[in-house]
Design a protein around this ligand. Sequence first.
Ligand SMILES: C[S@@+](CC[C@H](N)C(=O)[O-])C[C@H]1O[C@@H](n2cnc3c(N)ncnc32)[C@H](O)[C@@H]1O
Ligand code: SF4
Ligand code: SF4
Length: 449
Amino acid sequence: MANLEKDIQEYDRLVEKLKALNIEVQKDQERNPVLYGPNGEQFIQSLQYASDYVNQLSTYYEGLKKQKMYYEGCDFSDRRKKRTRDLIKAKKEDLDLLAAQHDYLLEHPKLTNLFLEVTLRCNAKCEHCGSSCGYDFPKDEISAEDLKRTLLEIHEHYGAKNVFLTVTGGEPLMRKDLFDIMKYAVSLGFRWGMTTNGMLIDEEIIQKYRETNMESISISLDGLKETHESFRKVPGSFDRIMHAIDLLKGLETLRSFQITTVANKKNMDELEDLYQLLLSKGIKEWRVMCVDPIGRANLNDGILLDKEGLVRMYHFITEKRLEGKMVVDNDCSHYLGLKYEQITRPHGFFCGAGLFIGSILSNGDICVCPNVRKKELVQGNIKTDSFVDVWENRFEIFRKKRITMVTNEKCKKCKSFKYCRGDSYHTWNYDENMPNMCMKEILEEEFVE
Ligand SMILES: C[S@@+](CC[C@H](N)C(=O)[O-])C[C@H]1O[C@@H](n2cnc3c(N)ncnc32)[C@H](O)[C@@H]1O
Ligand code: SF4
Ligand code: SF4
């Protein structure tokens, strides 16, 4: 009874908070408040998670209001105009704060996000796969015991509640003992989510998600039916994803349900139709990012976006974000310059690899995020090392001020270095100490410094 009263009080508090943001709330059932956004879009969450969710939403809508205000009447082709000057100043202030946070974390790293790449096996063979996954069974895959031992160690040192686990692959659902591992993780107090190609999700998997309290999911969708299936090399995969989306709507443990699309030369013309399709399926979060020159994408460089493609993608994301019908975000990669920073995603560029993000790769290697896979950058292996010892005492290369490593003149002399720092760690060329991807070079005059 006491709990119910507490729940009701919490519910009323949230309703007031939302009203202040012009978001309407109606109670569907005792445990299912229905939240309506300013455009009539509907969010359904269980009360258990409503509090966090509302906080996220408030931040999102407050940010959106600020962004709309910023962008009205702003023209980046003339920086002398007052509105443009004000916008640039405001963005720089935010980016200065992020740069200060980055500097702080270089000195005081704190693990809060851990990727578990549980396998490199995959039931697809995507043209862009950054991890070059196929159908082989790698012989050195980490055992459930190694993973469980490491999770226990992390829990004992940092507290399971403070580290969010993102399970990835390969295709994580290919691993038969996955839910046994996650059951153990949850028993220690870890919260978790996964990225998946969605092809194996059925009623049985949904029940396993429920039993292990899975909180977030990202499903990859790289185009309309024909494009998606030819890109991923799996006939029938599109319909399976549509079915998975329908099934996931009934999963009450989910706090974040995202579709991820990797924009490339083959699907650029389909983004608008995909948006309409996802809206009609009730999707609320869509991450649209560009294909990066890593793994198999390096062999298929015909799919990489050029300047025109990237500009189209950033415009598309901006337009859809400001429409406010869906939370459309770019991913965390790449410093985009002052025109596209902080409008294509809620936060500015911040590569947290090795600062708050760590990873355990499918063979047990300890590194920063699954997109960074170079052997020389691996910091240890959970089969032989203590994860905590490695996290605390190694990772030097990721925690050095990048400026001390930069030898290339391009970055050294760059006015944007303070915010960019040589761009994402996964596209940094550690052999030659220079960026493999520099948006200033690619976007040219569209990159505002
Ligand atoms: C490596 S996959 C692993 C999880 C799962 N197999 C899937 O496809 O979602 C994780 C995400 O990275 C994306 N990805 C793969 N290669 C990429 C690349 N070269 N550039 C950008 N994103 C990439 C995938 O599309 C997917 O959304
Ligand atoms: S992107 Fe995902 S689904 Fe595609 S091959 Fe790589 S791991 Fe498999
Ligand atoms: S030159 Fe270096 S610091 Fe400047 S934008 Fe390019 S990658 Fe970033």
